[in-house]
Design a protein around this ligand. Structure first.
Ligand code: BG6
Length: 331
């Protein structure tokens, strides 16, 4: 029997199931080879810019003056532009060759947030293996908004990481680009025969003009685990501002969260099945990270991370968990 390449194996094992679920929600699924076909190109010849540009390393979508670029390594979004303006922070020192997690954009955290001290994920590196593995580009699902999918299964993960967490899983990451919105949806399935627990998070680095003027709202009254002060408390501020290192997990945040600058809304973040929100800015401690450049970059970034991290979610065989974040950009 001819050898089946990993990509084909992924499609057979993971995506045909997805295809069926898409059919029920009337989405169109196209497999990767169609992207290079002239029929696909012809179907978009009324649009002046090609909407999907695929290279060996990344995939760029262009839609209604906006664009998003996704690196296959980590399925890490590197850039999101609305009307030509960059909305994400990507360190000038970010390493994009697959040897390290990307410092900026939107790294994906799975199956553990931070570093577990006990349990099955304790042998995994900080934030798990999804951001350290090269995902497969699976193709396009819709034209308007423009959406594509990426997949990760055990066959895409290094042997070392796979033996550290030896479970069967399927991750399908859908990136949808609207005029001023970016929706990211992570479908986490257990196709194996034993249950496992996970945490997940979208580690979004937002670009901001000036950290001194920034405020995060929508967190008032929620319980906080403050990793800098090592205290737990209830957030009393309407406006959460940044004037030093901040590393906090806000638990069970009930409402959308907004990032403002000088009182004006820059971003609104809505979440489904991502109950927690992490706010992180390393401040001048960024000098300790070799890949954080320039060292003044902390003034132009804030991580507001939608996650399910304050508890473990158990996924039984055959179950799927779908986590969705929608970011709307203003200004
Ligand atoms: O350097 P890393 O592994 O990308 O992590 C960056 C930060 O990620 C945040 O989500 C964590 O709350 C921080 O504690 C951590 O420092």
């Amino acid at each position: 029997m001819a050898e089946v390449r990993p990509h084909a194996r992924f499609l057979m094992k993971h995506c045909f199931q997805k295809l069926l679920s898409h059919r029920s929600s009337s989405l169109v699924f196209r497999k990767q080879p169609l992207f290079s076909s002239t029929s696909f190109i012809r179907s978009f010849n009324h649009i002046s810019t090609m909407p999907i540009d695929q290279t060996e390393k990344d995939v760029t979508l262009t839609y209604a003056g906006s664009s998003v670029k996704v690196l296959l390594h980590g399925a890490n979004i590197l850039s999101w532009k609305v009307n030509g303006a960059e909305k994400l922070f990507l360190s000038e020192g970010a390493i994009l060759d697959g040897s390290k997690a990307v410092r900026g954009g939107v790294p994906l955290v799975f199956p553990v947030f931070g570093k577990a001290t006990s349990g099955p994920t304790a042998t995994l590196p900080q934030h798990g293996f999804a951001r350290l593995s090269t995902w497969e580009f699976l193709g396009q699902t819709t034209e308007s908004p423009l959406a594509v999918q990426f997949g990760l299964g055990p066959e895409n993960v290094s042997e070392e990481l796979r033996s550290a967490w030896p479970y069967n899983f399927t991750l399908i990451y859908t990136v949808s680009l609207g005029e001023d919105t970016l929706e990211t949806s992570l479908s986490i399935s257990n196709p194996g025969d034993v249950a496992w627990d996970f945490q997940t998070l979208l580690h979004t680095y937002f670009y901001i003009p000036d950290v001194d003027k920034v405020a995060v709202t929508g967190l008032t009254g929620t319980e906080v685990k403050d990793k800098v002060t090592k205290t737990d408390y209830s957030e009393s501020n309407e406006d959460v501002t940044i004037a030093a290192e901040v590393d906090r997990v806000y638990e069970n945040v009930p409402k959308p969260v907004t990032i403002k600058s000088d009182g004006k809304t820059l971003f609104e973040i809505t979440r489904k099945n991502l109950d927690d929100v992490v706010v992180w800015n390393p401040w001048t401690n960024c000098v300790k990270m070799g890949d954080f450049k320039p060292v003044t970059g902390y003034k132009n970034m804030i991580c507001v991370e939608a996650g399910s991290v304050s508890k473990w979610t158990s996924l039984a065989p055959g179950e799927t968990y779908v986590a969705v974040e929608t970011v709307k950009a203003y200004l």
